[in-house]
Design a protein around this ligand. Structure first.
Ligand SMILES: [Zn+2]
Length: 98
């Protein structure tokens, strides 16, 4: 019986990490919480919405990888591809920089 409980607890830790990761949340933190709370942490992260980083002033979204970059950047810091400046934000440079 104790073994069943242990397997159930460990499964909820792994699942909490997997669910957190799929929702763009901090998987290790949720796994640590699941060590203490077990299936409660798994349920909590399962009910939470996906985490979407908020765009701040001076930031723009890369049209290629959708990572947030400084609106003045000419190269995306995530995918390292060139960005062209437009009034509305970054756009793809037709001739990609290599
Ligand atoms: Zn990018």
């Amino acid at each position: 019986m104790e073994l069943v409980f242990f397997v159930f607890w460990v499964s909820s830790i792994v699942l909490a990490g997997g669910i957190a990761s799929s929702k763009n949340r901090f998987a290790f933190g949720w796994m640590l919480l699941a060590v203490a709370l077990g299936p409660m942490a798994m349920l909590a992260v399962g009910l939470m919405p996906s985490w979407i980083p908020k765009r701040q002033a001076g930031e723009a979204e890369c049209p290629l990888c959708f990572g947030l970059v400084d609106s003045r950047a000419t190269v995306c810091r995530h995918c390292r591809r060139g960005l062209a400046r437009e009034a509305t934000g970054p756009a793809l440079v037709t001739r990609l920089q290599r």
